[in-house]
Write a protein that binds this ligand. Sequence first.
Ligand code: RP5
Length: 181
Amino acid sequence: LAYIRGETEESPSSLDIGIESQALVSVIMGSDSDLPVMSAACNILKDFQVPFEVTIVSAHRTPHRMAKYAIDAPKRGIRCIIAGAGGAAHLPGMVAAMTPLPVIGVPVKGHILDGVDSLHSIVQMPRGVPVATVAINNSTNAALLAVRILGIFDPQYTIAMEKYQSDMEDGVLVKAEKLES
Ligand code: RP5
């Protein structure tokens, strides 16, 4: 089933994940169990009106799909890949090895090792194969970084990012004023 940006105000569920052919950003994850974490990235991309797609690609369970997805992504117009995975989190690194696109890795917190295993798996890439790694479970920052990357060739995203930063600053200042009064 296609997940089309703007089709729903809800976070994507496991029923509406799929491929959006006009997507600039791809959000992939190793399992549907990652979706509660990765849906925050989808919400940010929606807020910034970035065409994106979201789907499941597992480095271990669907290695052939992963290879095809990574190789085809640039040809399909994808500009940046956000990849979330937990545990032995090889998806972001393996995708980065098979595509020239920027890959942003999201370490997903598992039940046993608190996500430190995922963080180390994603951040400890060998020289030559970079993955921009965000904090554990912080897919929000992954999406914000993707928006900044898109802003390099499309100023509308930079302008929107400046507004986001300004709104964030205003929000903190309001809280500070309340605290001080
Ligand atoms: C990884 O293994 C996934 O990214 C997920 O975080 C973890 C556990 O997957 P499930 O067993 O919940 O499907 O591949």
